[in-house]
Design a protein around this ligand. Sequence first.
Ligand SMILES: *Cc1c(COP(=O)(O)O)cnc(C)c1O
Length: 365
Amino acid sequence: MNRSLRGTYALIDLKRYLNNLNIARKLSKSYITPVIKANGYGHGAIELARFTLEHSDIRIFCVATFEEGVKLRYGIGESAEIIVLGFVDEYFFNEVITNNLLINIYDDEIAFRFNKYLEKKRLKYPVSIKIDTGMNRLGFDVSINFIEFREKYPNLVPKVLMSHLSSPDSDLDYTSLQIDRFSSVAERAKKIFPYIKTSLFNSPALLSFENSFDYSRPGILTYGFVKSDHDIGIKPVMKIFSKIIHVKSLDKNESVGYNRTYITGKKTILGVLPIGYADGYNRLLSNRGFVYVDGYKCPIVGRICMDMTMIDISDLPEGKWGKEVEILGDNIRADEMAKMCNTISYEILTSISPRIPRIYEGMNG
Ligand SMILES: *Cc1c(COP(=O)(O)O)cnc(C)c1O
């Protein structure tokens, strides 16, 4: 297989993504607005969005930043609504409008500034209102008065009301409290803004709670990961492959790589892979992680370098040079890799650097 000039590439399975979206939707029992921030958790936001638009009736996507919103708008045209979940500098309000982005208004400072800007332009413009129900990050207090909001900010047209859950996979009581708080805010909001759409659930919430809001915002689940005690049918969308670009025979008691952190305990056949920490291959996997070659589990030996990694391929039969190597995929899942790195699957996926080319599978039929 010659998938990239460099020998290392990520394979993005679009059909799996679509299948995961459908599972998210069934769990949600509502419309879903997939979260494709951070370049679609590293999978490629534009490609995911285009495929989704072509193969489903999903017409709203969430991103985190203004720049992600603009890039997505360029990538998909006017075919969908784009919600920017995070902060947008007032410097870019004009581009928010020209790019038709829906931004989150999460406090009076932003509301005042955006309203003032719109007033000058003699425009009314749709927005999303963000409420803080207990995450203690962004959002208006739950005591927000919507009549006052309408009076103070007549140029903002609230279209979406959202809040974010802090612990749906770890603290069910607290999550219930957040859901209750949001329900009552939502009820009050709908009296003043009858057409407002409510949105609360993220991926883990969909597994443990019944969604009763208009939209949900699944992210990680759509990429194939979520903490669950049973199989819900989702599959990892990204696989990463590399290949053995050099084979070397070492004697007993030889060292491998920087700072000699690995010493061979026996005669060893070493394979070199063209992937390193600059590709997002976490250095904490040094002397700890493993890869798969032809069904053989091969340990990473020595420190992962910036551009290369060494593995022990002593167990492999002859013909090792050029062999394809699974770095991440169905055998080595991002959530397992995350445990070894003391982090979460989200960080493993979003760390895969742009240096690794993404190849899309399922594009044509
Ligand atoms: C990232 C994010 C999500 C998606 O969270 P997942 O746990 O990946 O499903 C939803 N809402 C907001 C506000 C987010 O920042």
